[in-house]
Design a protein around this ligand. Sequence first.
Ligand SMILES: C[S@@+](CC[C@H](N)C(=O)[O-])C[C@H]1O[C@@H](n2cnc3c(N)ncnc32)[C@H](O)[C@@H]1O
Length: 171
Amino acid sequence: MCPSDRDHQITTDEAAEHNRSAWNSFRRQRDAGLVNIRNDSAADIIAGRRRLDPPMLTLAGDVAGKRMLDLGCGDAAEMLEWALMGADVTGVDNSPTQLEAGRRNIDMLTQAGRLTSACSLILSDILRLPPELLAGEFDIVYSGWVTSWIGDLDLCFQNVRRALRDGGVFL
Ligand SMILES: C[S@@+](CC[C@H](N)C(=O)[O-])C[C@H]1O[C@@H](n2cnc3c(N)ncnc32)[C@H](O)[C@@H]1O
């Protein structure tokens, strides 16, 4: 390591970019069958297997008809579970390959006739959400297994607050 490397303070954008490359690479390896961490999300859901923790479901209450934002949705595994319970879910992730997997999972459940509520995917960094997601219109913001990857939690939670309507819930 040269001194200039050692002295370099990595920015949150740089950290997010490293992270993004890592998640892109993980997804490509997983899709090529090189890592076998868990089953395909849509197939799991069709088989009745669930990933959302029961305490999380209790906290969320009845989500039917609620507008929900899933920050760091990955391959849409959890947002699809919320959608099956009737929530209209917008998923955000900064990894294009994760979102491609999410699109495949949404399509698979749609073709299986299981999806009746709206599901949309947006490519964005959580720290740089587009204004339409920060307009205080969501009833629930959910983020599962993501905050450990975020370089600026103050900004992350400010964005959560801006995304929520008054009285909205962050899970
Ligand atoms: C452990 S996965 C969780 C995926 C999903 N919530 C689940 O539990 O199945 C973390 C996800 O966060 C995404 N992520 C990490 N940092 C991000 C950032 N700054 N902005 C948007 N997404 C991010 C990654 O691309 C990855 O898909």
